[in-house]
Design a protein around this ligand. Structure first.
Ligand SMILES: Cc1cc2nc3c(=O)[nH]c(=O)nc-3n(C[C@H](O)[C@H](O)[C@H](O)COP(=O)(O)OP(=O)(O)OC[C@H]3O[C@@H](n4cnc5c(N)ncnc54)[C@H](O)[C@@H]3O)c2cc1C
Length: 362
């Protein structure tokens, strides 16, 4: 292959690869993106996700410093939707956490966390009804998180791919090995998700299952999570009365089928939310594997010319734009407020950003 000076390769077109490719192209880089799953890659974990952008509601899974990075990402999604010129269902309507009377202590624990880090309102039944009038009775307590958002993952993936085409990014439907591309590109960004596990022994898969349900008799404007000691069910509204119901969290990467047990759990919990769900249409039951490191936090790892962005676990949609912003800042040799959260450096000491400037305007 001919050496392409100033040319960036991205391996993987999940949400992270697409955001990195678009941010790099917008920064002036020449970009080629590879994915054997096509554009959009409908078999990726990204295509199966719920589409919640929920830094506060994910407090159980993410330490406090990441919340600010998540909020930055939501701003970036707003900017990206405007840039793409396509409505991909991004709504910053907040989200609602509710619990039945006996489970109110779970909300009380969340409230303690939010007092330190967030913007929230404690709700009683009448206020819950104001935010979600059709939610079944029996939710005595709730938390409203006004800064959270959600989007439609399928529409957003398509919009990002269209934007890459508009930016003259080359889309190549092919599997690649990032290390073998390094001689031919100024930098290679490895966004292969779980497929990178054979090169990254620390990466593991955490299975997640969701149901897509159409219920014309139910309306909801914002995501709702039902907090329960055994599970936490969420319902994310999508256009045309479609709802994404999720998600299981199973320490397994063995398969991507939805088990009968998981389907029963998700659907029975859903039917208790509102009686109209008993007559709703099941559009799809889907499973995906979340790429995850031992600390459940995403990493940007630098090794030679290869920069790997991986381990987004439950937060790939939430954090992809800010991870992309960090990568592009690094390529330009610039600082970024959140880079130290993500950064791992195999070439130098842990967490230390290398000084070289990979800036490569074609
Ligand atoms: C059920 C479920 C619900 C979720 N809900 C949410 C949510 O509401 N909010 C949120 O923020 N996150 C959510 N997540 C997490 C989120 O989906 C993941 O963190 C995210 O998709 C990871 O993105 P990625 O781009 O790293 O990987 P992926 O989406 O898996 O993309 C990797 C891509 O790399 C490609 N690839 C593989 N090998 C190669 C190769 N050799 N060469 C080139 N390309 C290759 C694959 O084909 C794939 O398209 C959810 C996940 C699941 C499973």
């Amino acid at each position: 292959m001919v050496k392409k000076a100033g040319h960036i390769a991205v391996a993987g077109a999940g949400v992270i690869g697409l955001c990195v490719a678009l941010a790099a192209a917008r920064a002036g880089h020449r970009v080629t993106i590879y994915d054997p799953g096509g554009f959009p890659a409908l078999g990726s974990a990204s295509a199966i996700a719920g589409g919640m952008l929920a830094p506060f509601a994910e407090a159980d899974h993410m330490p406090a410093p990441w919340v600010a990075a998540g909020l930055r990402s939501i701003e970036l999604w707003q900017e990206l939707e405007a840039f793409c010129g396509t409505d991909f269902g991004l709504r910053r309507a907040g989200s609602l956490l509710v619990a039945h009377g006996a489970d109110a202590h779970i909300l009380a624990r969340f409230q303690t966390y939010l007092r330190a880090h967030g913007d929230f309102l404690w709700l009683r039944a009448p206020e819950i009804a104001e935010h979600a009038p059709m939610l079944g009775a029996g939710f005595d307590a709730g938390l409203y998180l006004p800064q959270e958002a959600h989007l439609n993952p399928a529409a957003a993936l398509t919009a990002l791919v269209d934007a890459l085409r508009d930016q003259n990014v080359m889309l190549v439907e092919q599997a690649v090995e990032p290390a073998t591309l390094a001689d031919d590109y100024a930098a290679v960004i490895d966004c292969r998700g779980m497929d990178a596990a054979r090169d990254e022994p620390e990466l593991r898969g955490v299975k997640g299952e969701v149901a897509m349900i159409r219920n014309p008799d139910f309306t909801l404007d914002l995501p709702v999570r039902v907090m329960h000691p055994r599970y936490s069910l969420y319902v994310v509204p999508q256009p045309e009365h479609v709802f994404i119901i999720g998600a299981t969290q199973i320490e397994s990467e063995a398969d991507t089928h939805v088990s009968l047990r998981s389907a029963l759990e998700l659907l029975s919990a859903l039917s208790s939310l509102h009686p109209s769900f008993l007559n709703a249409q099941i559009i799809a039951l889907r499973a995906g594997i979340r790429p995850t490191y031992p600390d459940n936090l995403p990493r940007i790892t630098h090794k030679g010319k290869v920069i790997a962005c991986n381990g987004a676990f439950r937060h790939g949609w939430l954090l992809a734009p800010v991870m992309a912003e960090c990568v592009v800042a690094h390529l330009a040799g610039a600082a970024h407020k959140y880079i130290s959260l993500f950064w791992r450096n195999h070439d130098h000491d842990h967490h230390q950003r290398p000084q070289q400037n990979l800036s490569c305007r074609a």
